[in-house]
Design a protein around this ligand. Structure first.
Ligand code: ADE
Length: 418
């Protein structure tokens, strides 16, 4: 079996951490049990490009239990947990191509290695597999039946491809399931981003001014948690409705020009390019700490920052000090890559349980349905989303009401008024 990881001797450490994650992934465990019996992915080759974490390991085991031959590469050069990669190779016989800190060339060579397995299904987090296949590996179209996509950024890319008529196979947008973005993007990003910033800096959040750039589901979660730790939170937005929501959620709202000189912490979660630019870095106060928790590091204009940087040094792991020509210092965390995975461990397993339940069931759905689908981006079927919520509630020991017959009738009628 071919693979490329940091060190196979890390396998035991990875195995214990994977076991720890499993304790909070009951929904995926139920799916894994059923997959073992029914083998819905028998004979299916899968290429997965995901953050290589303990939670991803549980997903890989589930797909394998379902009969899939799966190969895994990283969806970001800095997010791989090397012990997890080692355990997947050693204990599960899954080929992994991922090393934390790999350079861009290695990152893409790992994508190629996974694609060389000639997959029937692709599983992306950020659409890099789809992008490489469509740009350079058209030879693979004859094998591929469909794919899935984990994240907002990937879904945006894929919808743009579908709109331009270039998407060559159907994709399920896992991100758009309620049981994914309402929990993973909001509570997962909220907690793990603050975790990453604190692990990297060990700075006090209480009493600071924390600028959250973007108020999508990730921004909402991050603002809520930063406020919970005692920060004065400022939100910057381009969408008037989201900005209004941030305002009424109790946050200050202003453009980046005004936020730049007052923030102590800045974190981007927009999915867009260059939302913090040279002029903003130049206006920041001495000691400002800047990070990104969006999928790609393009959110920060790091080239622009380089242009005004006089000197640079690594001051502690994941923290680079930029001494600017003007005399102020700006600290960039984790090379501007998603800080929750670069400096911490990503979202906690309890939310990834639902995200990856959606992934596993979407893979099964694709095997059954892909041939009836157009080359477009599809939502996760509503019943699947609801079933995942039901299973998670049951696992949490929570019960809910059911509609009475009278209520059901009322909801379907239009003639009853005051
Ligand atoms: N994305 C964010 N957190 C993650 C995690 N823990 N595992 C896989 N992908 C993630």
């Amino acid at each position: 079996m071919k693979y490329d990881i940091k060190d196979i001797k890390l396998a035991r450490e990875g195995q214990l951490r994977i076991e720890w994650a499993a304790q909070n992934m009951p929904v995926l465990a139920l799916i894994q049990e059923r997959f073992e019996k029914e083998r819905p992915l028998e004979g299916i080759r899968m290429a997965a490009c995901l953050h290589v974490t303990t939670e991803t390991a549980q997903l890989m085991k589930t797909l394998k239990a379902g009969g899939a031959d799966v190969a895994l590469c990283a969806s970001n050069p800095l997010s791989t947990q090397d012990d997890v990669a080692a355990s997947l190779v050693e204990h599960d016989g899954i080929p992994v191509f991922a090393i934390k800190g790999e350079d861009n060339q290695t990152y893409y060579s790992h994508i190629e290695a996974v694609l060389d397995t000639k997959p029937h299904l692709t599983m992306d987090d950020g659409a890099d597999l789809v992008s490489v296949i469509h740009q350079e590996r058209n030879d693979l179209f004859e094998h591929i039946i469909g794919g899935t996509e984990e994240t907002t950024t990937g879904v945006i890319r894929l919808k743009a491809m579908a709109k331009d008529g270039v998407l060559k196979y159907p994709i399920v947008a896992v991100n758009d399931a309620d049981t994914k973005h309402l929990f993973d993007n909001r509570y997962g990003t909220g907690q793990s981003t603050v975790d990453g910033i604190i692990r990297a800096t060990n700075r006090l959040v209480a009493g600071s001014t924390f600028v959250v750039v973007g108020y999508g589901w990730c921004g909402r979660g991050l603002a809520m948690r930063a406020q919970g730790m005692g920060a004065r939170v400022i939100v910057t937005e381009i969408d008037p409705v989201r900005a209004l929501e941030a305002l009424m959620d109790g946050f200050a709202v202003m453009p980046m020009d005004q936020a730049a000189p007052v923030g102590d912490f800045f974190c981007t979660v927009t999915g867009n390019i260059h939302v913090i630019r040279k002029e903003h870095f130049a206006a920041m106060k001495d000691g400002a700490i800047v990070s990104n928790s969006g999928h790609f590091n393009v959110e920060l204009d790091l080239n622009g920052l380089e242009e005004i940087t006089k000197s640079k040094r690594d001051i502690r792991p994941f923290v680079v000090e930029h001494a600017l020509a003007s005399g102020t210092r700006v600290y960039v965390l984790g090379e501007g890559r998603l800080i929750n995975l670069a400096a911490a461990e990503g979202h906690p397993s309890s939310v990834m349980d639902m995200s990856f339940a959606n992934q596993a069931l979407s893979a099964e759905y694709m095997v059954k349905e892909a041939r009836n689908l157009d080359n477009a981006v599809y939502p996760v079927p509503r019943e699947m989303d609801q079933e995942i919520a039901r299973l998670k509630l049951a696992a949490e020991g929570a019960q809910i009401d059911v509609l009475t017959e009278e209520q059901e009738k009322y909801l379907n009628s239009w003639d009853m008024g005051t």
